[in-house]
Design a protein around this ligand. Structure first.
Ligand code: ATP
Ligand code: MG
Length: 420
């Protein structure tokens, strides 16, 4: 395991702690990801040093006291945030989510016991190699999500772990083992107590995972449980739609940005719900305003039968660019294809058209227009009329009835003025 790659700032943290006489390991997701050949998102360090001792060790470095009572100090170094957490034992869980208290320990084994799944409960240091007390490596080879200890006990302590089991199954393309599966099904009601923000984070990751369709089909009741109002067939339909979407994206060698992919996943999940329920359910997950808009706008234009119906495709693509930016027609086309409102050929044509329009710098926004509000003021227009005339001119340019040329537009504006 000599070739375990650890970025220099993380190695620095481990070495500093060792030099000061403490034990320190990278732990959790980064060990799992490395062993699976995936690129770790972040590196967490677990150490025998108590939080104040960690602060002392890094006294000359930039550290943030992220959660001292939970034992976490964040070292900021070379653009990396490294969470360094003291070996910890969680106290009793009374609220179904948080331990009443945490106690620090000198024993790595105890710290690994508090972690959710065996594949998340491994530690590594260059000196010791991989520490794996819970058969994480074997479960990884079997592609299994298995709780550390009794599944029922672990889910009862913290209901979020139920959704995390499905999220890791989706992202890693694993399967919950029988005990984990039984625990998920039996204790699903505990999800009602979990904060919506945390549900949102896990659900978003679940929907984006390579095995999302399989997990959605296997656990439709869990999806309906966390999104009350959505019926159980939604998960199955979403699975199909996500499969169609991914097939289309790979055929056309497209890989949307994460935020666009997330918006599409939620739009597909709520494709059969009316706009009101979609908004209520999305809002219940406490998304940012941008995230909410992203989902709602794809749905609004995607479900509008007249949009991209083939009557005047270039103009409609321009309307979409005007409404949601250059990449928006692509999102709407992918959505429409995935829910079966557009055939693959037309969807591809929309995407090509949008690309051509973008490259040719087509005029689709007021700011692209070669006249401005002050030009119109000099022609005698005032107040809200200015906006109206600008929009009329823009629409005619988008329909190719007028050239986007200053003189042409001023002349057209004058005509409009004389008509009133
Ligand atoms: P990702 O790559 O998505 O960040 P991760 O495994 O790093 O995956 P995190 O949510 O960042 O997941 O948590 C880091 C580690 O902390 C986990 O690997 C696990 O060991 C532990 N952990 C996190 N949340 C819980 C929880 N609710 N219960 C028990 N252990 C947890
Ligand atoms: Mg992580």
């Amino acid at each position: 395991m000599n070739n375990f790659y650890i970025p220099a700032p993380v190695l620095f943290a481990l070495e500093r702690l060792h030099a000061a006489g403490y034990h320190a390991y990278v732990v959790g997701g980064c060990v799992r990801d490395f062993l699976m050949g995936r690129t770790p998102g972040d590196y967490d360090v677990t150490t025998s040093a108590k939080p104040e001792q960690t602060l002392d060790v890094f006294a000359d470095c930039r550290v943030v006291e992220t959660g001292l009572q939970h034992g976490t100090v964040t070292l900021v170094r070379d653009g990396m945030n490294i969470e360094i957490t003291t070996y910890r034992v969680d106290g009793v869980y009374l609220d179904g989510r948080h331990p009443e208290n945490v106690t620090f320990t000198d024993d790595l084994a105890e710290d690994l016991c508090r972690r959710d799944f065996t594949v998340n409960a491994m530690a590594y240091s260059p000196d010791s190699g991989v520490i794996d007390y819970h058969d994480g490596m074997r479960n990884m080879a079997e592609r299994i999500i298995s709780c550390v200890g009794s599944a029922e006990k672990r889910f009862s302590e913290d209901g979020l772990r139920i959704l995390r089991a499905l999220r890791f199954s989706s992202v890693l393309d694993f399967t919950p083992d029988d005990e984990c599966d039984a625990g998920v099904r039996k204790l699903a009601p505990l999800l009602d107590k979990i904060s919506r923000e945390r549900i949102y984070v896990e659900l978003t990751k679940l929907l984006g995972g390579p095995a999302a369709p399989r997990i959605l089909r296997k656990y439709p009741d869990i999806i309906a449980r966390i999104l009350p109002g959505l019926d159980e067939t939604s998960a199955e339909k979403t699975a199909e739609r996500i499969e169609r979407m991914r097939h289309f994206l790979s055929e056309h060698e497209m890989s949307p940005e994460k935020k666009d992919a997330d918006a599409l996943h939620y739009a597909l999940l709520f494709a059969d719900t009316d706009a009101k329920l979609c908004r209520r359910l999305m809002q219940s997950l406490k998304p940012s305003r941008d995230e909410l808009n992203g989902v709602e706008s794809v749905q609004k234009f995607g479900n509008a039968a007249e949009i991209l119906a083939g009557n005047s495709p270039v103009y409609e693509v321009k309307l979409l660019m005007k409404a949601g930016g250059d990449g928006f027609p692509r999102k709407v086309a992918v959505y429409k294809y995935s829910v079966g409102l557009l055939d693959a050929e037309t969807a591809a044509e929309v995407i090509r058209t949008a690309e051509d329009l973008r490259e040719s710098g087509a005029c689709v926004r007021l700011s692209d227009l070669r006249v401005t509000g002050s030009d119109l003021m000099s022609l005698g227009f005032a107040g809200p009329k200015i906006g109206l005339v600008l929009n009329t001119l823009l629409d005619r340019v988008m329909r190719e009835e007028l050239e986007n040329d200053r003189d042409v537009l001023l002349c057209a504006a004058e005509k409009l003025a004389s008509q009133n």
